[in-house]
Design a protein around this ligand. Structure first.
Ligand code: GLY
Length: 365
């Protein structure tokens, strides 16, 4: 078992992230030691409930948890689903002493975290990420959100969990597209923060794609360690945390045009390919490093081109209304090397001429 502690100094908040093959014994101890007198609501989705719902209910049987299962998929990250869960909890008279357990992938984690942050002005939540994407990114760092017709994650809060339990056994059952979806965010962490980690991906692609437990455990641990360091320094994304948006400015534009029917990680991979070209075009990144990044995406079975159907001008329009845009100008995390990004004081994202951005996109078309 690996234990990583996140320490948000300014809020005096500290919580453990436990990484192990199976999480159930530790979860049972944690909940029964620290949260003995609390009612428990487990929020999950129908896929995870079918696979692991019986097991978690059995493990926590002495606490008689209430299970609320939502429909799988991004569409559940909505105001409507949030209100339905809240009304159900209010109707069943769950008090401020309730503990929510978010048991699922990114959708369940983001939605449950947001419910927890506003229910009766805030109740504790434990995150149990079951997808690779949630393990390496969304369950770590306290971002919660829902989507609206205006875009993804536009309404939400920062609400740090009581603990995060990462069980590697969940990855065995993950469908391949979901696995690759998470791999894209893991590769992003290597590109942005850690050249050695980047080389690990280059040298171990077969093992990783075969879901070798040791390789995946290494990846999950490294991503969580890197993300913890970022979140500890900049919880609310006023500086360093912006780096996590590498590939996301163009990626979110693709995702939006695709009507959120394309996987987030795939869109981020496309965005990373284009934003890599942007960094090379502006002279910040060498073409050799750019080439290595594009090759690694391909090696990891991730897209490194953007389909013609995503029209450049429309992509640019979407980027202007992205929540990271400043005065309607798209902002980009700009690579200066493998594991190196451009920085100016506490600023980690930069704007470029529209023509340069469009040219970078053309290079990956
Ligand atoms: N997923 C990006 C972040 O947590 O900041």
């Amino acid at each position: 078992m690996t234990k990583i502690t996140v320490d948000i100094h300014h809020e005096s908040a500290q919580y453990p992230i436990l990484i192990q093959d199976s999480i159930y014994d530790e979860l049972n101890d944690f909940v029964n030691n620290g949260y003995r007198d609390r009612d428990i609501v487990i929020i999950t989705d129908d896929n995870i409930n079918a696979l692991f719902g019986d097991k978690i209910q059995k493990v926590l049987a002495n606490r008689n948890p209430h299970i609320r299962s939502i429909q799988p998929g991004e569409r559940s990250k909505s105001r409507e689903t949030k209100a339905q869960i809240e009304d159900e909890m209010l109707g069943k008279e769950f008090g401020r002493d309730t503990l929510i357990i978010a048991f699922g992938g990114g959708v369940v984690g983001d939605l449950s975290g947001f419910v927890a942050s506003t229910y009766k002005r805030g109740i504790p939540v434990i995150q149990i990420p079951t997808s690779l994407l949630a393990m390496v990114d969304s369950a770590i760092g306290g971002k919660t959100a829902i989507n609206t017709i205006y875009g993804k994650n536009l309404i939400g809060s920062f609400w740090q969990p009581e603990a995060v339990f990462v069980g590697m056994e969940f990855l065995v059952r993950l469908p391949e597209p979901e696995f690759l979806n998470g791999l894209a965010e893991a590769v992003k962490m290597a590109i942005v923060f850690d050249e050695e980690f980047f080389e690990y991906f280059e040298n171990n692609s077969q093992k990783i794609l075969a879901r070798d437990n040791e390789a995946l455990t290494h990846i999950v641990e490294r991503c969580i360690t890197l993300k913890k360091e970022v979140v500890e320094e900049d919880e609310k994304e006023s500086g360093l945390r912006q780096c996590l948006n590498f590939g996301h400015t163009i990626g979110h534009a693709v995702e939006s045009i695709a009507g959120y029917n394309e996987k987030h990680g795939f869109c981020v991979a496309m965005g990373m390919a284009a934003e890599t070209q942007l960094a090379a075009l502006t002279g910040a990144l060498s073409w050799t490093d750019a080439d290595r990044i594009l090759k690694l995406l391909e090696k990891m079975h991730l897209p490194n081109t953007i389909n013609e159907k995503y029209e450049k001008q429309l992509m640019y329009k979407k980027m202007k209304s992205d929540k990271k845009a400043v005065n309607q100008t798209p902002m980009f995390v700009t690579l200066q090397g493998l594991g190196k990004v451009k920085k100016n004081k506490n600023q980690f994202s930069f704007s470029f001429d529209k023509s340069t951005v469009l040219k970078a996109i053309s290079l990956v078309k």
